[in-house]
Design a protein around this ligand. Structure first.
Ligand SMILES: NC(=O)c1ccc[n+]([C@@H]2O[C@H](COP(=O)([O-])OP(=O)(O)OC[C@H]3O[C@@H](n4cnc5c(N)ncnc54)[C@H](OP(=O)(O)O)[C@@H]3O)[C@@H](O)[C@H]2O)c1
Length: 363
């Protein structure tokens, strides 16, 4: 949508969405954003997409995340269509997309070669009907492309005005470091954020592996699957209800579904049941879903939690997590850690006092 097109829907600054900086950049992102994996252009198409995006925008969510590969490009085209039809002002929005898997099977239709980064970006923009995205993510790392080619290609995309920033998704800490070293050596822009899975059941990488990266490069996260695809709502405690994500995508989630009848899955369900009880106690007074979302949002390295929603009701329900964030005191977080029993060990300091993010030790 070009800047001079008619604006039908204004962003309401009175809604209570808090914003945070994305990594070391000046870009402000909402604590809760919305993504399109498996939903937009997949299980949700046509008018229902518009209902979801409008509900999100009306309630303070101005950031939308898609990827070239989501629903073979239909996630981007549905999002672009709806944004146009709703008449949203482009400057009000933060749009992020991701490149890696492509939409076709040709030898250069995927990965992070300069060719695919440039061609993939152009095709994403066409589908989105936009001149630029705000952040473009490398959806995975590519072991077969030199890092210098990747860094130069994303900088080319930025120089063309097709994206303002670039980021990584599910890269190892070592790969993120390498990208920063290459960018520094060449006087180029490094990745500003990492889009990673972070939830109560998946903590090791975002909380431990990335710890030095947050400190050294001020990287922050745009978190995905904060509800572990719905497991952390409690909806799978007694099996797989019809119409849910696991049921609709049974082959993709085959190993997860199988694990639910094994010890590992049973342990997870038991933790969800215990946490559901604790969430409902007077100390917090919320649902499991709200607790799981607020728990990720309060993490100091989280810039935004990308929600997934199959309908507008889920968007509204999930936004109630905003009221739970202030209730997560250090004491409450410690009790949650005790139930989860999976807090990653702090980085080794060899007996020296650990420093907080401001470089200070405890009084
Ligand atoms: N970079 C990456 O590799 C990557 C990977 C995955 C996701 N992402 C991004 O992150 C976004 C969010 O990820 P996600 O969809 O996996 O998030 P999620 O929050 O873990 O799962 C979302 C799903 O949970 C269910 N749900 C959500 N709210 C609910 C509620 N209040 N009550 C009951 N069920 C509820 C819905 O599924 P059903 O109603 O269908 O059961 C919904 O589609 C994606 O859209 C995408 O933009 C990125």
């Amino acid at each position: 949508m070009s800047a001079n097109e008619e604006v039908k829907l204004e962003y309401n600054p009175k809604n209570k969405m808090p914003f945070r900086r994305l990594g070391p950049s000046g870009l402000r992102v909402p604590v809760f954003s919305l993504g399109g994996w498996l939903t937009i252009g997949g299980t949700v198409i046509g008018d229902p997409v518009k209902d979801i995006i409008k509900t999100a925008f009306d309630n303070g969510i101005n950031m939308f995340d898609v990827a070239e590969s989501y629903a073979e490009g239909k996630s981007e085209s549905e999002l672009g269509r709806v944004i146009k039809e709703l008449g949203l002002r482009r400057t009000d929005l933060v749009i992020t997309t991701k490149l890696f898997w492509g939409t076709r099977k040709g030898p250069n239709d995927a990965g992070l070669s300069r060719k695919h980064i440039v061609e993939g970006t152009k095709e994403s923009l066409q589908r989105l009907q936009m001149d630029y995205v705000d952040v473009i993510f490398a959806h995975r790392s590519d072991k077969d492309v030199p890092m210098e080619e990747v860094v130069r290609a994303f900088n080319f995309v930025i120089d063309q005005g097709w994206a303002f920033y670039w980021g990584t998704s599910e890269w190892s800490a070592r790969e993120i470091e390498e990208a920063h070293h290459v960018a520094t050596r060449l006087g180029l822009i490094g990745p500003i954020a990492e889009q990673c899975q972070h939830n109560m059941l998946n903590r090791e990488r975002p909380e431990k592996e990335y710890a030095p990266i947050y400190k050294k490069y001020q990287t922050s996260t745009t978190v995905f699957s904060a509800l572990s695809s719905g497991l952390l709502t409690g909806k799978y405690n007694d099996g797989i209800p019809e119409g849910t994500r696991y049921a609709n995508h049974a082959s993709f989630f085959k190993s997860t579904i199988k694990s639910l009848s094994e010890q590992d899955g049973k342990d997870k369900i038991r933790k969800v049941q215990e946490l559901t009880k604790y969430a409902a106690s007077p100390e917090i007074g919320c649902t499991m879903t709200h607790l799981a979302l607020a728990w990720v949002a309060i993490n100091p390295n989280t810039s935004t939690v990308i929600l997934g929603a199959s309908n507008p009701e889920q968007v509204l329900d999930n936004l109630k997590a905003l009221d739970v964030i202030p209730k997560l005191t250090p004491e409450v977080l410690a009790k949650i850690d005790k139930i989860l029993g999976n807090k990653p060990e702090a980085l080794q300091t060899y007996g020296r006092p650990a420093l907080d993010k401001y470089g200070r030790s405890a009084l």
